[in-house]
Design a protein around this ligand. Structure first.
Ligand SMILES: [Zn+2]
Length: 323
């Protein structure tokens, strides 16, 4: 076997460099690689990783990562920030959640395998050349092409999640196996997951909120000086339902919603219509007595059976974070 190129680093000057991590040679002959921007501060401190586009249709995280790469000031930075703006290049190219070559969800496969499916090879490269080399991980996701979302997961550091300044937080009883966060946690990396944006909505606002949130997390991690900003009244959800329809077709929302909105029991959210007979096949309704909108669809969209339709938190078991 032809040996792989090793990781290369390109010095861009002024404390900025770019690490290129080879993954595989595609059938086309193109070299598949991860590109990590490293911003090195002028004083010692932690290594903080920011990743985006583990799912290839979640663009908002890339926009936040790009803005951070462009604007972080090395003079005030302590330690370094590693930015992986496109963690799944083939999925990004295909505007697809999963990797088009093998149709696997990379974010269920960590730490992957160097001799596994291509998605496992990608996960393996990210695990060992990115997550193993950082002390904090901020992994940014979004709602994808159609849904719109706005909350953060709490994984193993409540303060790190709160410091992104979201209105909504979610701490599941057990995370999905094989995610970036699950692997990071196993490795002792302090980590959290951001879910912001999607549906091509309000991207400027999400980028501004994302940059402000990550800068605050850098203060929390000790990578920037200054007091950590706090947000009062943050809601911590413990129970959330991903509402996946049994029927695909055209999803017609009953009305516009926004993440954080509270809805009463049995509120109709959307009708799913057969595109040929025009029959309503299914009406999605809120599952709890009091419901917190976490992920929503605000426009008529194509929906598959099993897709992310809506995500709804249980307001009865949610708590307000202490000030
Ligand atoms: Zn995602």
């Amino acid at each position: 076997m032809t040996p792989f190129h090793s990781v290369s680093s390109i010095d861009l000057g002024s404390g900025r460099s770019r690490r290129v991590v080879p993954i595989a040679t595609m059938a086309s002959g193109f070299e598949l690689a991860l590109t990590i921007h490293v911003i090195q501060g002028q004083r010692p401190g932690p290594t903080v990783g920011v990743s985006a586009m583990v799912h290839g249709d979640e663009l908002d995280g890339f926009l936040i990562a790009r803005e951070l790469q462009r604007t972080l000031d090395t003079a005030s930075l302590k330690g370094s920030v590693w930015i992986l703006g496109v963690a799944n290049p083939l999925a990004m190219e295909g505007n697809s959640r999963n990797t088009p070559i093998d149709m696997l969800d990379m974010n269920r496969l960590f730490p992957g395998a160097p001799d596994g499916w291509l998605s496992e090879q990608q996960a393996n490269a990210m695990a060992h050349e990115f997550i193993d080399r950082i002390e904090y991980l901020i992994d940014i996701h979004a709602g994808g092409t159609f849904p719109w979302v706005d909350y953060c997961y709490v994984v193993n550091d409540d303060g790190l999640s709160r410091a992104f300044l979201p209105a909504l937080l979610y701490k599941p009883a057990a995370g999905y196996p094989g995610t970036t966060a699950t692997y990071a946690e196993q490795r002792g990396v302090r980590c959290m997951v951001v879910e912001i944006g999607g549906g091509y909505r309000e991207q400027d606002r999400h980028v501004a909120a994302g940059v402000r949130g990550v800068l605050n997390q850098l203060r929390y991690a000790g990578a920037l000086d200054g007091e950590v900003e706090r947000r009062a009244g943050q809601v911590l959800m413990h129970e959330m339902k991903v509402m996946r329809p049994r029927h695909g077709g055209i999803c017609l929302p009953r009305r516009m919603l926004a993440p954080g909105e509270v809805l009463p029991a049995a509120t109709p959210l959307a009708d799913i219509v057969n595109p040929y007979t025009l029959d309503v096949l299914e009406t999605m309704v809120t599952p709890y007595e009091q419901n917190i909108v976490v992920l929503c669809r605000n426009y008529a969209t194509r929906i598959h059976p099993g897709d992310y339709g809506f995500m709804i938190g249980n307001a009865a078991t949610a708590t307000i974070c202490p000030d």
